[in-house]
Every structure is written in structure tokens, then in C-alpha cells.
Design a protein around this ligand. Structure first.
Ligand SMILES: Cc1cc2nc3c(=O)[nH]c(=O)nc-3n(C[C@H](O)[C@H](O)[C@H](O)COP(=O)(O)O)c2cc1C
Length: 235
């Protein structure tokens, strides 16, 4: 009888120990951690990055953060275009540079008749013949201070920038900015306009300008890319 009791005791003890062993390694309180901790695996080549980083999901990078990290500056494309050629080039630059874009819109839009340069008494030609003409701009740029590089585009009118560009440079102090001029025209080149811009914005850094002929304005991506590279602004 004594032997049977000892045998039963031994069997009970074995079952008890086996039950305890099967719980080993399980969380004691059943809580699953949801901590936003990301472990950075070591770089196999250098073995250096063996650390644990904590990321706060409320502090994700914005597109602006990423952009300024990538090229260290923020760009704006400003343009005036009466018949769409300069607009096409402006959009190409903005797309390639990931830049914001602002159109100089005249308070009084130019009609076809205003632009008829065969009649020298019409508005555009009369304005170009008057150095003091400053056609008014509708609206404005909210915060020009946030931009480092400003691309400024315009058609050539009678060998110069349209007078509304003079209004633009009167309205904004571009001290310390980098200005990259571009233009479209029938045949004339930049016609000295970068120099004129330099005289209107003496504290800005004026880069070499781009000229695109009006017939090529809608297909100027290669020319624009080449120019951006040549002025050190390629992405
Ligand atoms: C009033 C006026 C004057 C112009 N003067 C010139 C000029 O001196 N040289 C030139 O090559 N093209 C001249 N053009 C042609 C424009 O520069 C050209 O068509 C330009 O691409 C128009 O740009 P937009 O479509 O952005 O307005 C003139 C056009 C106008 C309306």
C-alpha cells in the first residue's frame, strides 16, 4: 500500500512540473506591446548602425521638409505670358524643379488688338515706348521671403521685357535672392534683359538667362534641362 501511495505521489508531481514548463516564455500579463519602436539592423558591411531608434508617428516628414533636404533651397517660377509661349516654358521649369509657380496677371488683360505690333498706336507698343508705364498686376505673391531661387519669365516686346515686368520688380525687393531669367520671342534673344533685371534688383544674384524661340516653346524640355545644368540648378 505504501508503495502505491508513493507511486501516485510521484505521478502527480510529474504532471504538475510538466504543466508549469509549457507556460515558459509567454507574457505573464497577456499585454501585446504597441510601442512605435523601430530597430535598425546593423549594416552588414560596416556593422555600425546597431541601434534602436524611436520614431514618433506624429512627426512625419512633410513634402516641404523632404524638398529642402534634397536641394537646400526653395524655388518659385514667376512668369508673364500674353499668348501662352512663355507659360509653356514656365510650366516645364516648374515641373522639372518641383517649384511653385506664379503667373503675373494684368489687372487689364491684353486683347489681340492690344498686342498687334503692326499698329504702333496699340497698347503693348505704346507701353513699351513709355519708360514710365507700369501696368497694374492683379493679386500678388503671398510670401516671397520663403523662396531662394526665382525663375522669371517673359516674352520679348520690342527688344525688352514687357513693362508689366518692371511693375513686378518695383513691387518686390528681391535682395539676396537668386534670379534665373528666361524669355520667349520670335527671333530676338534675351536682348540684354538679364542686365536690366540686375539694375532693377541690384542686390540679387542674376544667373545666365534662357531664350526659347516661340515656335519651340511647347517642346523645350531638353533645352530647359541643359540650361538648368549650366546654371547649377539641375535637380
Ligand atoms: C507687342 C509685341 C512686341 C514684340 N516684339 C518682339 C521683338 O522685339 N522680338 C521678337 O523676337 N519677338 C517679338 N514679339 C514676339 C513675342 O516675343 C513672341 O511671340 C513671344 O513668344 C510671345 O510670348 P507669350 O506667348 O508668352 O506672350 C513681340 C510680340 C508682341 C505682342
Amino acid at each position: 500500500m505504501k508503495k502505491i501511495i508513493m507511486l501516485l505521489t510521484a505521478v502527480t508531481l510529474m504532471f504538475t512540473l510538466a504543466a508549469c514548463g509549457s507556460n515558459a516564455g509567454k507574457p505573464s500579463d497577456g499585454v501585446v506591446s504597441d510601442s512605435p519602436v523601430q530597430t535598425v539592423e546593423p549594416d552588414n558591411e560596416t556593422g555600425q548602425s546597431n541601434q534602436t531608434e524611436t520614431q514618433n508617428p506624429d512627426q512625419e516628414e512633410t513634402p516641404d521638409d523632404i524638398e529642402s533636404k534634397e536641394n537646400g533651397s526653395k524655388a518659385l517660377v514667376v512668369y508673364f505670358s500674353a499668348t501662352g509661349n512663355t507659360k509653356a516654358v514656365a510650366e516645364t521649369i516648374a515641373e522639372l524643379q518641383g517649384a511653385d509657380i506664379y503667373e503675373i496677371v494684368p489687372e487689364q488683360p491684353y486683347t489681340d488688338e492690344d498686342l498687334n505690333y503692326n499698329d504702333r498706336s496699340t497698347r503693348a507698343t505704346a507701353e513699351q515706348n513709355n519708360p514710365d508705364a507700369r501696368p497694374a498686376i492683379s493679386g500678388g505673391i503671398e510670401d516671397i521671403a520663403e523662396y531662394d531661387v526665382i525663375y522669371v519669365g517673359y516674352p520679348i516686346w520690342w527688344g525688352d521685357m514687357p513693362r508689366i515686368l518692371y511693375t513686378f520688380f518695383d513691387n518686390y525687393d528681391l535682395t539676396g535672392k537668386t534670379i534665373a531669367p528666361f524669355c520667349t520671342s520670335g527671333g530676338s534673344g534675351l536682348s540684354g534683359t538679364p542686365k536690366t533685371i540686375g539694375s532693377l534688383e541690384p542686390e540679387a544674384d542674376i544667373l545666365d538667362g534662357l531664350h526659347v524661340s516661340d515656335s519651340a516653346a511647347g517642346n523645350a524640355e531638353d533645352k530647359v534641362s541643359e540650361w538648368l545644368g549650366s546654371i547649377g540648378q539641375a535637380e
